[in-house]
Write a protein that binds this ligand. Structure first.
Ligand SMILES: Cc1cc2nc3c(=O)[nH]c(=O)nc-3n(C[C@H](O)[C@H](O)[C@H](O)COP(=O)(O)OP(=O)(O)OC[C@H]3O[C@@H](n4cnc5c(N)ncnc54)[C@H](O)[C@@H]3O)c2cc1C
Length: 271
C-alpha cells in the first residue's frame, strides 16, 4: 500500500524501558507494517498533546516493533514519558533520507555520538552490524554527561564484542565507579583511530557537540564529503510543506536530516 504521509498509523506501546533519569525507550507495535532505514525519522503523535519527530533507535530489519529512545524536553515528551504499555500513539513516516550505507563499503566507519544522539546511532549500528563483512572496521566514540546518563548500558558491552568493532565512552563528570575517560567527546577523537583517507564519520548529538566534533574531524583531515551530520532542526509537517525546518536552501525533513559537511559548510552557523 502507498504511504499516506498525513495519516498517523495507530501503534501500541508494548514496553517502556527506563534508560536514565530523563530518557526512556518505547517499544511500539504499529497496527500496519512500517519499514524504515537507518537515518530516517518518524512523527510520533501523542494523543491530546501533539506530534514530535524521533528517529527509531531499533534494528531497521525488525520493524514489526519499532523502538524510540526519547529524552524528556517539553510537552510532548513529558506526556510520552508518562505513558504505559497498552496505551496507543500514532506514527507518520518514515521521512527523510537514510544513511547511504552501501557507499560505506570497504571503509572505516567513525561513529561519534553525544547524549540522546546515541538513539539514532543505535539503529545505524544495527544496520552496520548487518554489513560487517563489507566494512573495514567500526570505531564508536560516545560522550555522556555522567555515567548515570548513559543509555543502553547492558547492550554496549555486547556491541563491543562484535568483530571489527571498538567502542570508547567518555563522561563530562565521573563518579567513583567510573574507570573510563573524563572529558568531552572531542578528547577521545585521536589521530590514527581511523584511516581518514578511507573513512566516513557519522555524528549525532546536541548542536554544540556537533559543531566542535565537526571542527575536530576537519583538523584530523577528514574530507567535508565524508562527514555525515544529523541536523535536528525544529520540524512540523515532516514532508517539506511547512518550511519550519529550513537549513539554508535545504529542508531538514526532506533533504536531511542527515547532511554531509560538504553540503552545508557554506550555511552561516548551521548548528
Ligand atoms: C529528525 C529528528 C529526530 C529526532 N530524534 C530524536 C530522538 O531519537 N530522541 C529524542 O529524544 N529526541 C529526538 N529529536 C528531538 C525531539 O524531536 C524533540 O526533543 C521534541 O520534539 C521536543 O518536543 P516537546 O514537545 O517535548 O518539547 P518542546 O516543548 O517542543 O520543546 C522543549 C525544549 O526542547 C527544545 N527542542 C524542541 N525540539 C528540539 C529539537 N529538534 N532539537 C533541539 N531542541 C529542541 C525546545 O527549543 C525547547 O527548549 C529529534 C528531532 C528531529 C528533528
Amino acid at each position: 500500500m502507498e504511504q499516506n504521509n498525513y495519516r498517523p498509523i495507530k501503534a501500541k506501546i508494548e514496553n517502556v524501558i527506563t534508560e536514565t533519569s530523563n530518557i526512556k525507550t518505547f517499544v511500539i507495535k504499529p497496527e500496519e507494517p512500517i519499514s524504515f532505514l537507518a537515518g530516517q525519522f518518524m512523527q510520533v503523535t501523542v494523543p491530546g498533546m501533539g506530534e514530535s519527530p524521533f528517529t527509531p533507535s531499533s534494528d531497521p530489519k525488525h520493524a514489526e516493533s519499532i523502538e524510540f529512545t526519547v529524552m524528556k524536553a517539553g510537552s510532548v515528551t513529558v506526556k510520552l514519558h508518562s505513558m504505559k504499555p497498552g496505551e496507543y500513539v500514532g506514527l507518520r513516516g518514515p521521512f527523510g533520507k537514510p544513511y547511504p550505507i552501501s557507499d560505506f563499503h570497504g571503509k572505516d566507519i567513525y561513529v561519534v555520538g553525544g547524549g540522546v544522539g546515541l538513539a539514532p546511532l543505535r539503529a545505524l549500528l544495527f544496520a552496520l552490524f548487518h554489513e560487517l563483512d563489507h566494512l573495514n572496521k567500526i570505531e564508536v566514540r560516545f560522550g555522556s554527561r555522567s555515567p548515570n546518563d548513559i543509555s543502553y548500558k547492558d547492550a554496549i558491552p555486547e556491541w563491543a564484542k562484535r568483530p571489527k568493532t571498538n567502542i570508547n565512552i567518555t563522561v563530562d563528570m565521573g563518579d567513583p565507579s567510573w574507570k573510563g575517560n573524563v572529558g568531552l567527546v572531542t578528547t577521545i577523537l585521536k589521530d590514527g583511530d581511523v584511516n581518514v583517507k578511507n573513512a566516513v564519520a557519522i555524528v549525532c548529538g546536541p548542536p554544540i557537540m556537533m559543531k566542535f566534533v565537526n571542527k575536530r574531524l576537519l583538523d584530523m583531515s577528514f574530507e567535508p564529503k565524508d562527514i555525515f551530520l544529523s541536523m535536528e532542526k525544529n520540524m512540523s509537517c515532516g514532508i517539506g510543506k511547512c518550511f519550519h525546518c529550513n537549513l539554508g536552501h535545504f529542508l531538514c525533513c526532506k533533504d536531511g536530516p542527515v547532511f554531509t559537511w560538504e553540503q552545508i559548510k557554506d550555511i552561516p552557523e548551521p548548528w
